[in-house]
Design a protein around this ligand. Structure first.
Ligand code: NAI
Length: 339
């Protein structure tokens, strides 16, 4: 329980609530799975984002502690915690952006698809909540396997008649963050100056870095291309193995998710030229979902960029990626439509 204010009873609570209600300008953001490895760091990063006026932290465990802790940071956002299914309604009501890192992470030897059984059900439950309590929100879906959980979310929304493909985004930003880092290392420059488009999906060979389109313009040897492609595709496994049973990427993922959420919020605010790679409902290829460069705006995803010229290596990578991706998408869709 919060101690009462020694000066004047509970008026400070009222003031916080008043600020949260719109006294402060900004967006309302919920994190579902906020007590987890990604969730805690992401909560911290969203609390320092000046675009956020209200931050709701929801999980099935430990949110009172995380919320008390984060709420002491002297930044603008008003933080509230929600624990368990019966508080999902209050956690979601009124939210502009819902970020979902809920679910189990990989252990050594596991693929992202091995998480399907558990995480598919979690994502379904949370998305059903969204259809009821904040059907117009923008959703950033992090829970793996993203290649299947985004189609699951889409089907749940379709079933409820609330699906807006512009507002459902699978987060592949960590692949871009890794690609920028590893390419910068090879080029010997600051990663902040590097932009690598990563398309396809978010698992193994579905992760397709377009090294021919790196900015600043540069060229790589065949050996460098092989090294970089493999390292970007297996960056997640590199972390899973180094953590040796203690989970998967959480810190770099929270950073990537916070960058991605910030781009979504700037889009919602109406900023120009907000371009990210995201796994979305797409007509860029024949697949129903695909990660590629999109422009974000007030509506969510407002424009799709073509894949651009691919070299031979990337064209064959794309064919391999599409095959696996098609199966993962179908698996997610079927999980809901079979019921
Ligand atoms: P974690 O196990 O540390 O945290 C997950 C949290 O979700 C826990 O606090 C748990 O209580 C909570 N949770 C479980 N069921 C829930 C429910 N029904 N409602 C709300 N919360 C629930 O896992 P971590 O490391 O934070 O990873 C979370 C997910 O993110 C995993 O699926 C992981 O594979 C995925 N991930 C995605 C990445 C991406 O690039 N998209 C990168 C890294 C991880």
């Amino acid at each position: 329980l919060m101690p009462s204010n020694p000066k004047n009873d509970n008026s400070f609570l009222e003031r916080a609530n008043c600020r949260a209600k719109g006294g402060a300008s900004g967006f309302k953001v919920a994190i579902l799975g906020a007590a987890g490895g990604i969730g805690q760091s992401l909560s911290l990063l969203m609390k320092i984002n000046p675009l956020v006026s209200v931050l709701h932290l929801y999980d099935v465990v430990n949110t009172p502690g995380v919320t008390a802790d984060i709420s002491h940071m002297d930044t603008n956002a008003v933080v509230r915690g929600f624990l368990g299914q019966q508080q999902l309604e209050n956690a979601l009501t009124g939210m502009d952006l819902v970020i979902i890192p809920a679910g189990v992470p990989r252990k050594p030897g596991m693929t992202r698809d091995d998480l399907f059984k558990i995480n598919a059900g979690i994502v379904r439950t949370l998305c059903e909540g969204i259809t009821m309590y904040c059907p117009h929100t923008v959703v950033n879906l992090i829970s793996n396997p993203v290649n299947s959980t985004v189609p699951i979310a889409a089907e749940v929304f379709k079933k409820a008649g609330t699906y807006n493909p512009k507002r459902l985004l699978g987060v592949t930003m960590l692949d871009v963050v890794r690609a920028n880092t590893f390419v910068a290392e090879v080029l010997g420059i600051n990663p902040i100056d590097v932009d690598v488009p990563v398309i396809g999906g978010h698992a193994g060979t579905t992760i397709l870095p377009l090294l021919s389109q790196v900015k600043p313009a540069c060229s790589f040897t065949a050996e460098e291309i092989n090294y970089l492609t493999n390292r970007i595709q297996n960056g997640g496994t590199e972390v899973v193995e180094a953590k040796a049973g203690a989970g998967s990427a959480t810190l770099s993922m929270a950073f990537a998710a916070s960058k991605f959420a910030d781009a979504c919020l700037r889009g919602l605010r109406g900023d120009a030229n907000i371009v990210v790679c995201a796994f979305v409902d797409s007509q860029v290829t024949e697949l129903p979902f695909f990660a590629s460069k999109v422009r974000l705006g007030r509506a969510g995803v407002e424009e799709f960029y073509p894949l651009g010229p691919l070299n031979e290596y990337e064209r064959s990578g794309l064919e391999i990626a599409k095959k696996e991706l098609g199966q993962s998408i179908a698996k997610g869709t079927y999980f809901i439509t079979k019921a």
